[in-house]
Design a protein around this ligand. Structure first.
Ligand code: GLC
Length: 440
């Protein structure tokens, strides 16, 4: 333990190494004992999914699959909404070689880890050259590791700026192009409006979403997390520090309420949907929710734009999205593949686009008249998606992300934080992890 800060970065790294070692020991022990496998119904496919905004969604899809593929059944286990917590739940099962998972949802950041750990089977039989052409290139790239595809791409997303169109119009303000401009507009509107509005809402809790939000600030200041070859962390360089300092000094506790330090996607969305904020950073899927007067008090009053940048930088969005993977410990890979094919089919992706506003990974759906009619904003999203940037790609990404989460959260929570020192320690720890990953 670090005497001054509780668990320090080195502590976090050591914890990851211990967790990995224990996990490996358990896997060997279970393998040797031949235990950990439950007898299971031959026609039941177990799907482990994260908790989507629309809670009934997975069951409805499972029902549709069952109707089309008798006698197969889908047993559903819904995990937490947070990608970080869902990762913990799922990887625990996979480390135990659990037969309770056949098919699982996989965040775009996980294929290097899941492939290297041997948890996800390659899905090459679903992706011959003809099939590959049908997918948006960024989706397939995110699903691949060392030339093989480990996740069938389900949907893509990226960070965008939601703004109160009515308020910008009322105060005759343009859509902000830079972060400082956004902050000064937010302050002006909040001061004039006097209704207790917050200026900005986003995801600043210590979890994966914080990494996405912070990297967008850093990229748009021409900074980076890792050097161009991905071998060294450069979060201690001036551009990255400038972006983190801006979030600490100009957003947290000023344009954004301090409460955002505990916000994930649902809390940040709920504040904005209740009419409580002028600006919000969120993923694409917030749009249909905000446009629906049953779920949003600001329906018809919201605009959507690329995220702002710093002067001299360019707007940058983090690439997000989910894929469907096949467990290496599944006893029913053939049946499981049927479910994976179904979930990522054009029909289901069209349904997800129409009903949930999820951006498809199948290229044809961007020309689909129904989809475009229901969601004309997809035309605006396509270029944002095309330019969206991936988070660092390494088998040790969860550990790298945890160091970033601790660093970012500590840096922006305390207005006196020593940024160069905190960044320096994060860089040291991430460099050690990258070194370990190279040795794998
Ligand atoms: C969304 C994105 C996912 C990201 C997560 C972070 O679920 O699709 O890629 O990791 O948000 O909170």
């Amino acid at each position: 333990m670090c005497p001054r800060h509780g668990l320090c970065y080195s502590g976090a790294v050591a914890r990851w190494i211990i967790i990995a070692a224990l996990g490996l020991a358990l896997v060997i022990a279970l393998g040797a004992a031949g235990c950990g496998q439950k007898a299971d119904e031959p026609n039941t496919i177990r799907l482990v999914a994260w908790k989507f905004n629309n809670p009934g969604l997975w069951r409805r899809l499972a029902d549709q699959f069952e109707r089309q593929h008798p006698p197969l059944r889908v047993a559903l286990e819904i995990g937490p909404h947070s990608s970080t917590s869902f990762h913990d739940l799922l990887t625990q099962k996979l480390k135990n070689r659990s037969a309770e998972v056949d098919v699982f949802l996989m965040d775009v950041i996980w294929p290097p880890e899941f492939a290297s750990a041997g948890w996800a089977l390659p899905l090459d039989q679903l992706f011959d050259a003809g099939q590959r052409k049908r997918f948006v290139p960024a989706a397939l790239e995110a699903a691949s590791w060392r030339g093989r595809v480990y996740g069938a791409p389900l949907y893509l997303t990226a960070g965008v700026l939601y703004y109160r169109r009515d308020l910008l119009e009322r105060y005759r303000l343009p859509v902000p192009q830079t972060w400082p401009q956004l902050v000064s507009q937010a302050k002006l509107i909040v001061a004039q409006d006097k209704s207790g509005l917050a200026g900005y809402s986003g995801q600043f809790k210590q979890y994966e979403g914080l990494v996405c939000d912070m990297l967008e600030f850093i990229w748009s200041a021409q900074g980076r997390a890792l050097g161009p070859q991905g071998e060294r962390c450069v979060l201690d360089r001036p551009a990255a520090l400038k972006a983190v300092r801006f979030v600490r000094d100009a957003l947290i506790g000023t344009a954004a309420p301090r409460g955002v330090l505990a916000y994930q996607e649902p809390e940040s969305l709920s504040l904005f949907a209740q009419g409580g904020a002028v600006f919000m950073r969120n993923w694409f899927y917030a749009w249909p929710i905000l446009s629906d007067s049953k779920r949003s008090q600001v329906a018809g009053k919201v605009g959507l734009a690329p995220l702002p940048r710093f002067s001299g930088g360019e707007s940058a969005s983090c690439l997000g999205g989910w894929q469907v993977g096949l467990s290496a410990y599944s006893k029913k890979p053939a049946q499981a593949l049927k479910l994976i094919k179904f979930l990522t089919s054009e029909t289901v992706q069209r349904r997800l686009a129409l009903e949930e506003g999820l951006a498809p990974t199948r290229a044809a759906l961007y020309q689909d008249p129904w989809v475009l009619k229901a969601h004309p904003h997809f035309a605006k999203l396509a270029p944002v998606l095309a330019g969206a940037r991936p988070r660092p790609r390494t088998p040790l990404y969860p550990a790298v992300s945890e160091v970033m989460q601790v660093y970012f959260h500590r840096a922006i929570s305390d207005s006196d934080s020593d940024l160069p020192e905190l960044a320096g320690r994060a860089v040291q720890d991430i460099d050690r992890l990258l070194g370990l990953a190279r040795g794998q």
